[in-house]
Design a protein around this ligand. Structure first.
Ligand SMILES: Nc1ncnc2c1ncn2[C@@H]1O[C@H](COP(=O)(O)OP(=O)(O)OP(=O)(O)O)[C@@H](O)[C@H]1O
Length: 219
C-alpha cells in the first residue's frame, strides 16, 4: 500500500528532517509512529497525506509514485485517506452531525444518502446523544470521537492520526486507542503517531521509531 524508497525531506533550504526512509506499510496493518518531539512524526504524516512531497527518494502510495501525481490524481488519492489531529479541528458553527458528514457534503452527496450512515457511526463511537450539539458543548473525548467519525465516514483505506490522544485524559486515551484498534479490525490501515509510549505497551503492533531523521521498525 505504501513504500518508502530512500525518502528524504527538508523544508526550504533547511536541513534534512527525514532521511533514508526505507519501509513498507501493508494493507490492513496497524503501526505506531513514535519518536521524541521534533523527530519528524508530523512531517512524515504530511508526506502520507500528500500535503508534502519527498525532496529525495521515491514514495509509492496505492501503487503510484506520488511525485508523478497531478492535482486531480492527488485529490482522488486523498479520498482514500482519513486524518485525525490532536486538536480535533471541528468546525465550531456546525453540529456533530454536520461535522461528521462534512467530507460527504463537500463531495456534493445528498444528505438523504448518508443520514443513516452518519447516525449509525455516531452511535458506534458513543456520540448518538450529541448528534445536534455544537463542539463547544462536547468534552475533549467527545470531540475526538467526533473527529474520528469524520475521518472514517467516507471509508478511507488509510487512516492517519497525529497525537490523537494528546488532549484527553489517560483513561479516555486508552478508550480512543481501542476505537482505532476496532477500525483496524474492520480493515482500515492505520498509522498513529504518539509520543505517549506508556499507552502503547498493551498493544502488540509494530512501531516505526523516528530518531535523528531516520526510522527503525520494532515489531
Ligand atoms: N513548515 C516547516 N518549516 C520548517 N521547518 C519545519 C516545518 N515544520 C516542521 N519543521 C521542523 O521539522 C522538524 C520536525 O518537525 P515535526 O513537527 O515533523 O516533528 P514531530 O515529531 O511531529 O514533533 P512533535 O512531537 O513536537 O509534534 C522540527 O525540527 C521542526 O522545527
Amino acid at each position: 500500500m505504501i513504500e518508502f524508497d530512500n525518502v528524504g525531506l527538508h523544508y526550504g533550504t533547511g536541513p534534512e528532517i527525514l532521511r533514508n526512509l526505507n519501509f513498507k506499510i501493508d494493507p490492513g496493518s496497524f503501526h505506531f509512529l513514535t519518536g521524541p518531539s521534533g523527530a519528524g512524526k508530523t512531517s512524515l504524516l504530511r508526506l502520507l497525506l500528500l500535503s508534502l512531497r519527498p525532496t529525495s527518494g521515491k514514495l509509492t502510495m496505492f501503487d503510484k509514485d506520488v511525485a508523478g501525481l497531478d492535482k486531480e490524481a492527488m485529490m482522488a488519492m486523498r479520498q482514500h485517506i482519513g486524518i485525525v489531529f490532536q486538536e480535533f479541528r471541528l468546525l465550531e458553527h456546525l453540529t456533530t452531525f454536520e461535522n461528521v458528514a462534512l467530507p460527504l457534503a463537500v463531495r456534493g452527496e445528498p444528505e438523504a444518502s448518508y443520514r443513516s450512515n452518519v447516525q449509525e457511526l455516531l452511535d458506534w463511537v458513543g456520540l448518538g446523544h450529541q448528534i445536534n450539539a455544537r463542539p463547544e458543548l462536547l468534552s475533549g473525548g467527545e470531540k475526538q470521537r467526533a473527529a474520528i467519525a469524520r475521518a472514517v465516514i467516507a471509508k478511507p483505506e488509510l487512516l492517519l492520526a497525529d497525537e490523537p490522544t494528546g488532549n484527553v485524559d489517560p483513561e479516555l486515551a486508552e478508550r480512543l486507542l481501542h476505537l482505532f484498534v476496532e477500525l483496524n479490525r474492520m480493515g482500515t490501515t492505520i498509522i498513529l503517531a504518539t509520543h505517549e509510549l506508556h499507552l502503547l505497551d498493551q498493544f502488540r503492533f509494530p512501531r516505526l521509531q523516528l530518531q535523528d531523521g531516520e526510522v527503525s521498525i520494532h515489531d
